[in-house]
Each structure stands twice: as C-alpha cells, then as structure tokens.
Design a protein around this ligand. Structure first.
Ligand code: 5AD
Ligand code: SF4
Length: 469
C-alpha cells in the first residue's frame, strides 16, 4: 500500500527546494506526497531558525502533531514525526528533551540519509533517530535525480552554506560551510526541469553569487571553477528556458562577470534581491558585513549602469545591538538613495551562539518596534510608487499558476510583481504581453495585449509555494 508523507515547509526558498528533494528521497520507499496531515502516515517539518519566532512556531506545531500521533497509535495506526531543516540542526539535543515524541531529527545536510533514519526510528521507537552531523561529502552526491514536478517556475539549488559569519546570523552554523555544486550537475538539473515544463528557474543559495562550481570536466576540488555570471550565460543557452533569477546575494560577491551578465543576458531578469541590512557604517562593521554603505551604493550604481531597468529588493534589520537614532537615520537615507521595489525588514532577534547575541547595548523592544514601523512605511511608499509606475505599461508576464477566480491566470512581471489577468487555462506556461490596468497593494491587474509572444504551452503545471527569503 502506498504510504503518504506530508511535508510542511517554513522559512526560505532553499527550504522549499529541499522539501521537493526530500520527496524525491522518500519516493523510492513508497511514499507519495500527502495533500493534508489527515492523509499522512509521516510528517516532515522542514524548519527555519533564522529568528526566534520562526523557531517557536515549530514547537507549537509539534504539540498538535503529538496529539495526532497519540490518536493514531490508539487506533492501531502508524505516524512518524520528522523534524528537518535548521531548527533540527541547531536544537537537535534540546528537541530530544522538549519533544521526546519526535521520531526523526535530520539536519539540512543529512536528508539524503532519511531512509536509514526511518529504519532506525522504526526499529527503536523509544530512542528515535537523530542525525545532525555535517557529512564530509556533499548530500548532492547522494540524492536521487530531482523528480518532483515544480511547474513553470522552478527552484534550483546551486550553492549552500555561508562562510561570511555576519554576527547576527545562524546560517553558517546550521547550513555549514559554503559549497557549490559542479556546473555539469546544475546544467543537467536545469535541462530536466525545463523538460518537465519549467520556463523560469531561480538559482538558490544562501550566498548564491559566491558560487564557484567546478567547471565541466574539472574535478570537484580542482581549478578555480565558474562564477555565477558564467553559469547564467550557460543556462541562458538552454532552449525553452525563458527566465533566470538568483537569490540571495551578498554585495561583496557582486563581481564584474555577474554584472556584465545583467547587461548581456536578456533572460536574466531585471530584479535583484541584494540585502544590505543597515545603512550605518558603524552597524555594518559590528554586523561583520565587511563593506560600508557607500560601497553598497557603488555596487548598485554599477548594476544599474549595466541594466538601467534593474529593480532592487533588500533585507533590513532594525535594532541591532548599539543601533542609535543616527544609525537608524542612516538606514532611512540609504533607502531613499537606492529606492527599493520591495523589501523585507525585521526586528533584530538574538540567536543563541551568535556573537551579536552577546553584544552590549541590546535595543529595547519598543524602540525596535518604532523603527520597524517607520522603515516599513518608507519601504511601502516606495513599493507603491514602483507598482503605480507600471500602470499603462505593457510587459511580458509568464503565467505560472491559476488566478484568484475562474477564467484568470496569475504570473510574474520581469520585476517579480504578481500580475492577475483574465486568460484561458491553456495559456498556463506561456509568456504573454500584458497591459497593466491597476496596481493593488501587492499585485498588479492587467489584460492581454493583442500581440502575444509565442512560447510552447505547458498544460497542468502548478506553481511552487513562494516564501520570502
Ligand atoms: N534577527 C533578525 N533578522 C535576521 N536575519 C538574519 N538573522 C537575523 C536575526 N538574528 C534576516 C537578515 C537576512 C534575512 C534572511 O533574515 O536580514 O538577510
Ligand atoms: Fe547569514 Fe547571509 Fe550573513 Fe551568510 S551572508 S552570515 S547567510 S546574513
């Protein structure tokens, strides 16, 4: 009998990709993906540890799952609870204590070992199976080929981990050292995705523009490898692939080759998520970002010189330890100077084990809340302005999911804005010129322009869930 696994994803797009790959790992064991918890024999929580709130959500969900497990067991059924992702990595031992009913704990670098963890958990249910070792070899060498259909807009993980050690961030501890997948593996996976109907690929990595994958024919450790700019050019040559994006980038790794790709490769979309975190040089230094605010402004200037219609997005942290009113004002100034089409902003959340959590002058919660509200109001004004400027324009939209109501499709503009259009379901997977009629808070509404750009139709393709990075 087929078993079913329900995978719930928290956090970044990397986790969305990892969840699809976990489904690939579990498929040979006879697990199909369940649409809801009620149908599932096993649940995987693919978790996020980036801020405290994200981690706490996992424990409240686990309480619910424990009750479900007890009910299932009482009626003679089976129910396995697995916790994967960054909370598993960071809190494996703590979880054993706080949630002893969890059967499997599996870090982000260990999910290729899920089959043996399931075996271990079943043979010793009282102990469960915990695996948060960083393996010497890359999990990518042990994963089955990516097979879970991702639809028109697909994610492809090319790089993992981070060696930057920003002082607020858990990623270098939960995801481990930086690692790039070889070029040949990335190109092969991209071709398979396109063969399954993908027309847009977003390359993923915690530090994606630090990519330095082994060149085709080169051994994994040998040579200097290809940078992201060169990889993007090679991907753009794949027939049927219309759009390429990448996320998330670090300003320091924005090299000449990548900036030139923004100038030369039309398939590389004119939208870039380039986190700056703060506009204050003093705060940037304490964050160990290794660049100042003007260096960021210069990178943005070079990118816009290469691709004048480039729209930018960023991440910001307010209330980092020691942040003064003047520091915060510098962040507002940077936002005014750069102009963002969209952005994510967060209150600083001390993470256990990171250097900033131990820094003096932690900022009171009320001050963080005030600053966040002010920053978000400014960012919202910019986003509204950006979206309003689209009204009256005609732009290519790649339809990647059904719209809100029957007879509608939704897609993305080149600048990642969601666009809703009255269109036939058969247009799913095509890129069409759309005239923008109205701008709403988080999306645009448009109508098909008479001129359509012909692309092969991809019926029945579904859009993967999108979550902010
Ligand atoms: N507190 C608040 N925000 C954080 N981020 C990372 N760590 C923290 C933290 N400790 C934010 C950064 C990063 C984004 C993914 O999450 O802005 O770019
Ligand atoms: Fe975290 Fe990004 Fe800094 Fe790496 S570069 S430590 S992932 S914020």
């Amino acid at each position: 009998m087929t078993k079913r696994v329900y995978i719930k994803t928290y956090g970044c797009q990397m986790n969305v990709y990892d969840s699809a790959r976990m489904a690939d790992v579990l498929a040979p064991l006879g697990f199909a993906v369940a649409e809801s918890l009620e149908d599932a024999d096993m649940v995987v929580l693919n978790t996020c540890h980036i801020r405290e709130k994200a981690a706490e959500k996992v424990y409240s969900e686990l309480g619910r799952l424990n009750r479900l497990k007890r009910r299932r067991r009482a009626s003679g059924g089976e129910f396995l609870i697995a916790v994967a992702g960054c909370v598993a990595q960071a809190e494996g031992e703590e979880m054993r204590r706080r949630a002893p009913f969890v059967d499997i704990v599996c870090g982000p670098q260990a999910y290729h070992r899920l089959p043996e963890l399931i075996e271990r958990a079943k043979s010793d249910p009282a102990r469960g199976a915990f695996d948060t070792e960083f393996p010497v070899e890359s999990k990518f060498d042990h994963l089955p080929e990516a097979a879970s259909p991702q639809g028109v807009s697909a994610f492809l993980s090319v790089q993992e981990g981070c060696d930057k050690f920003c002082t607020f961030c858990v990623v270098p501890y939960t995801r481990g050292a930086e690692l790039s997948r070889p070029v040949a593996a990335v190109l092969a996976e991209a071709r398979r995705l396109v063969g399954h109907g993908a027309r847009e690929i977003t390359l993923l990595g915690q530090n994606v523009n630090a990519y330095h994958g082994a060149a085709p024919g080169e051994s994994a450790g040998g040579g200097t490898g290809w940078g992201l700019g060169r990889l993007v050019r090679a991907l753009a040559a794949i027939e049927g692939l219309r759009r390429i994006r990448y996320t998330t980038s670090h300003p320091l790794d924005m090299d000449d080759e990548l900036i030139a790709a923004h100038r030369d490769v039309p398939a590389l979309m004119p939208f870039l998520h380039l986190p700056v975190q703060s506009g204050s040089d003093a705060v940037l230094a304490r964050m160990n970002r290794r660049h100042d605010a003007d260096a960021y402004r210069r990178v943005v200037g070079r990118l816009r010189a290469a691709r004048p219609d480039l729209a930018l997005s960023s991440d910001f942290i307010v209330g980092f330890p020691g942040e003064s009113d003047a520091d915060f004002a510098a962040t507002l100034r940077l936002v005014e100077d750069v102009f963002y089409a969209q952005a994510f902003s967060f209150k600083y959340s001390p993470r256990p084990g990171t250097p900033a959590a131990e820094m003096p002058d932690q900022v009171p919660e009320v001050v963080k809340a005030e600053r966040l509200a002010e920053l978000q109001a400014l960012l919202k004004r910019q986003q509204d302005r950006f979206n309003r400027a689209a009204v009256g324009q005609t732009m290519p939209v790649l339809f990647d999911r059904p719209g809100r109501s029957a007879g509608q499709l939704a897609g993305r503009s080149p600048w990642l804005q969601p666009v809703h259009v009255d269109a036939d379901a058969r247009d799913m997977g095509t890129m069409r010129d759309v005239r923008i009629l109205a701008a709403h808070a988080n999306s645009l509404a448009g109508e098909l322009a008479s001129q359509a750009t012909a692309v092969a139709s991809v019926p029945d393709a579904a859009e993967p869930e999108r979550v902010p990075a």
